[in-house]
Design a protein around this ligand. Structure first.
Ligand code: NAD
Length: 333
């Protein structure tokens, strides 16, 4: 089966390509990535010699290039992950988010629709378009409750608004054109290959440099955390067995206040490195002015994917967090 993975040089995309390549010998993957600052193509160096992995540098905003690539590669399915993904950057400058996340999604979706409706396309091909999105489209929660797949969208940042917009376009392609789409909304991922700017790498990087570890507000904001490989297995489960036009939440059932997560990372660093000020990296924690419009709590109800598709997170959080911290210690040393 010939797949396109967009955004495959980013955090989740590179983990997904390695996961698919290792576990599904019948898949051949074309990675389409613009190679923005957030990407690192070297994560895929282990696949350089593989005849089942190919890379093309491409900006999804370039419709002509997208069209040419889809027609030439003739995909059976798409895992669409490419996006501008950092909320803080979307506050500083929203335009790239609208271009890559909304226009980019439209371009790859529309070119797939045209190709899959053409005589060039194999009638037996699954022609499935999996759109990877975030729980942030649902907005924010108080202390109680969780987002389900029927929670109305209420995005609060330009990032989540651009993702919500792209979800709606994908949804419309199922309802209007009968395209074999499926949408996933996942909570925060952690693991190797995440860009330095994100919370967990920032904590580790700053701590190792003995710099202040910035925590927004009073650190009370709550996020649900899922190991990236668990996300990858959920994506393949949805790709293979999700209902056409379906919409699935993915999460770790693993909520943490930011401050408690940061403290746990410091504890792991104390054990693994042990050179924090007065023997404790927690002494570097510094509360900084909150992000504008900072959502208080995200929590995803994953009953639907459990009941319909039999997927559940399988990794142990503390073990995988420690493994993740060790990976970044090596990267930053
Ligand atoms: P990332 O920023 O690490 O990687 C994104 C990749 O997309 C980069 O390699 C970048 O070069 C590429 N890209 C950006 N714009 C492009 C364009 N116009 N054309 C082609 N490639 C482009 O992001 P990530 O954390 O790996 O997230 C991947 C997807 O998963 C995103 O759609 C994001 O919204 C979603 N998601 C992420 C998380 C998370 O916790 N990281 C959680 C839920 C959903």
């Amino acid at each position: 089966m010939k797949l396109i993975v967009t955004g495959g040089a980013g955090f989740i995309g590179s983990n997904l390509i390695l996961f698919l390549h290792e576990n599904y010998p019948d898949v051949e993957i074309l990675n389409l990535d613009k190679l923005t600052y957030a990407s690192d193509i070297n994560y895929l160096a282990p696949l350089k010699q593989s005849g089942r992995y190919h890379f093309k540098k491409l900006d999804l905003v370039d419709r002509v290039a997208v069209q040419k690539t889809v027609k030439t590669w003739k995909p059976d399915g798409v895992f669409h992950l490419a996006a501008e993904s950092h909320v803080d950057n979307s506050i500083q400058g929203p335009e790239p988010f609208i271009l890559s996340n909304v226009v980019g999604t439209f371009n790859i979706l529309e070119e797939c629709r045209q190709f899959w409706n053409s005589a060039e396309s194999d009638p037996d091909s699954p022609k499935r378009f999996l759109h990877v999105s975030t729980d942030e489209v649902y907005g924010t929660l108080g202390d109680e409750g969780s987002f389900t797949e029927t929670t109305p969208y209420a995005p609060n940042s330009p990032y989540s608004a651009s993702k919500a917009g792209s979800d709606m376009i994908v949804r419309s392609y199922f309802h209007t054109f009968g395209l074999n789409t499926v949408i996933t909304n996942c909570s925060n991922n952690y693991g190797p290959h995440q860009h330095d700017e994100k919370l967990i790498p920032t904590v580790i990087r700053k701590a190792l440099k003995k710099e202040e570890i910035p925590v927004y507000g009073s650190g009370e904001n709550v996020r649900d955390w899922l190991y990236v490989k668990d996300h990858c297995s959920a994506l393949m489960t949805v790709f293979q067995n999700g209902k056409a036009g379906g919409h699935y939440n993915i999460g770790g059932e693993n909520e943490w206040k930011n401050i408690d997560l940061v403290r746990s990372i410091c504890d792991i660093l104390n054990r693994e490195v042990g050179e924090g000020p007065e023997d404790d990296y927690q002494n570097l924690i510094t509360f900084v002015k909150d992000r504008p419009g900072h959502d208080f709590r995200y929590s995803v109800d994953i009953q639907k994917i459990k009941d319909e598709l039999g997927w559940a997170p399988s990794e142990n959080f503390m073990e995988k967090l420690a493994e993740t911290v060790r990976w970044y210690i090596e990267r930053y040393s």
